[in-house]
Design a protein around this ligand. Sequence first.
Ligand code: GCO
Length: 261
Amino acid sequence: MNLFNLEHKRALVTGGTHGLGMAMAEGLASAGAELIITSTTPSKLEEALDYYKGKGYKASGYIFDVTDEAVAKEKVALISKEIGDIHILVNNAGIIKRESALTMPVEDFRRVIDVDLVGPFIMAQLIGKQMVERKEGKIINICSMMSELGRNTVTAYAAAKGGLKMLTQNLATEWAKHNIQVNGIGPGYFATSQTEPIRVDGHPFNDFIINRTPAARWGNPEDLQGAAVFLASKASDFVNGQVIYVDGGILATIGKPTNED
Ligand code: GCO
């Protein structure tokens, strides 16, 4: 089981203050990693750090927006100085705006691309440099079903997450020779605040997802912990450019008629 041991490793999780990011961060911490959590919201960060420390995990936090290259550079340097270099980067921070492509303001489209695709590039480049020097590192980009499939109203998000899958493959291509493994996790449909608006009982999308998912349920954030620990650990030292879909089987099937068991 040493393959999955993350003791003496420092894991930076962007947006690790709630939902899927917090669940993955907790999984890494339970395997021994020290957590560095970023957020743009001081109150959320403070609450999350209290939670992690209450669980006995070593955790610290930094407030910055991953899309602000100058500030991100400054904060990553500060983290290295105050805490130490980063062994594991989880590019989790992301936003979604659900609106028809015909009416979505371009600035909204651009903001989703900025947070969900450019931000991960900025963080990967900043932390990738120290990983190249150390000749080791793990980068995990949090992709999505929308890295593979489209759906109405999430054009910006799908474009960003599709790009994030290819960013994962291309960084893997460039950095594998430095013993840096760059991979992704593609969550299916999970019960989080981000999906709350489309998950409420009786919402047509809720019924659709239950029918479309062979496991016939929404994912629980803890369902992602195994994939996160795997991709953060020695167990994945020869895995490069892969996206592990934790989706209850959605991508494995064309689905079934609603009246079929
Ligand atoms: C949506 C959902 C999805 C999920 C997830 C799927 O509106 O379709 O929010 O985007 O959150 O990204 O992998």
